[in-house]
Each structure stands twice: as C-alpha cells, then as structure tokens.
Design a protein around this ligand. Sequence first.
Ligand SMILES: C[S@@+](CC[C@H](N)C(=O)[O-])C[C@H]1O[C@@H](n2cnc3c(N)ncnc32)[C@H](O)[C@@H]1O
Length: 217
Amino acid sequence: MDAAPTEPEPEPAEPPVPAHGVGPWPGGPDAWPDDPRYDPELLAAGDARNVVDAYRYWRMDAIVADLDQRRHGFHVAIENWQHDMNIGSIVRSANAFLAAEVHIVGRRRWNRRGAMVTDRYQHVRHHEDVAAFAAWAESEGLPVIAIDNVEGSVALDRADLPERCVLLFGQEGPGLSPEALVAASAVVEITQYGSTRSINASAAGAVVMYEWCRRWA
Ligand SMILES: C[S@@+](CC[C@H](N)C(=O)[O-])C[C@H]1O[C@@H](n2cnc3c(N)ncnc32)[C@H](O)[C@@H]1O
C-alpha cells in the first residue's frame, strides 16, 4: 500500500457536464408514443433531467403520480431554525428512497440548492413548530423516531424502525431540540468509530433511510 500523503485535486472551474440524458425521440413526431404520460416538448427536444431511465420523456406530473402509487411508509422530518444547508440533500435522499413525504419543522424557507430539483417530485409539508408537527404525526398514527446520538439513544442496528413512521433529524450544530426529543417515541443513533462527534444530518438521513428500505422495501 502506498503510504504517501495525497495531494488535493484542484477545484474544477465549472461543474462537470452530466453524463445522463437522451436526445429527441428517434424517428421524429411520427414515431412518438401515443401515451399521455409523455411530454411532447421532451420528445421533440430530448430529456436531460436527472431521472431514472424508466421516466425518460415523461411529464413531471405523470412521474409524481406514478411515484405516489408506490411511496414507502416512512416520512422524513427535519428541524429548520437556522436555514440548514443539509435540508436540500435530505430531500434528495427522501426522493431516492421514496419517502411518503418530507416535513420541514420551523422556518418555512429552506435552501433548495442541495435538492437538485428533486423537491419537485416530493411532497414537502411545513409545520410551524414541534408541537404542530407532533400533533400532525399523532393524528396520522405515525410514531416519531428521533435520529440523534444523544444520551439514551439506541443503536440503529438494534433499533425498531416501524413500517409506518416519521424519521426526525436535527440541525448542524445543536442537533435535535429538547422539544423534538420529547415528542419522539424512540431515539436512534448511528454507531460511529472515529473522533468526530457526529456525521452531517444529510449523511445520517441517507444511512437511516437506506436501513429502513433494507428492512421493509
Ligand atoms: C451535526 S449533528 C449534531 C448533534 C450531535 N448530537 C452532537 O452531539 O454533536 C446534526 C444532526 O445529524 C444527525 N446525526 C449526526 N450524526 C448522527 C449519529 N451518529 N447518529 C444519529 N444521528 C446523527 C442527527 O439528526 C443530528 O441532530
């Protein structure tokens, strides 16, 4: 093994060109499929969106309707008191792992950059505060599973992740608020081995959503 220290690569001047995408539907308008889910503009111009191949050339509302038929039983919630940059990435992972819905608790505005437009395919609901969020979860019969590494939390591999639940994440810095921890029926932590106190919230989101899917999807 080469033990020499690695040099950081120089920053690219521009983001790399995405390697995905298709051109206009081959054969022109006469060959277009007769299916209302297809979007004539995309059939004519090509589809460079970051969607799986099964949804190429589909209208966005047709994709959302199709996802709605098969969404999973878990929801994702995150506290938003400080415009946390992780929220966009959590929304993107929620789309990838097909969460039922994403819930923003606290400030209504959130930074959409990390979502890479996946929020258009995801139902995102806002709750004024933890009390409103907890009341909604109770009315839906959904247990709130807090995800944080705090005193008394249970390791993810030993924790119960119900088929219908809300996975609630905290913010960079403070983590989950005391009110959020009180609203939860369980607190689950991802086991770590290094020196850092925590991983970032969106990384934690991806780990726990993956684990829910491993058990239930
Ligand atoms: C940066 S952490 C902050 C709090 C952390 N409790 C601490 O002691 O520093 C922000 C959020 O990421 C998630 N998170 C980060 N690392 C985690 C871990 N090892 N287990 C569970 N959740 C984690 C939690 O949702 C947490 O609220």
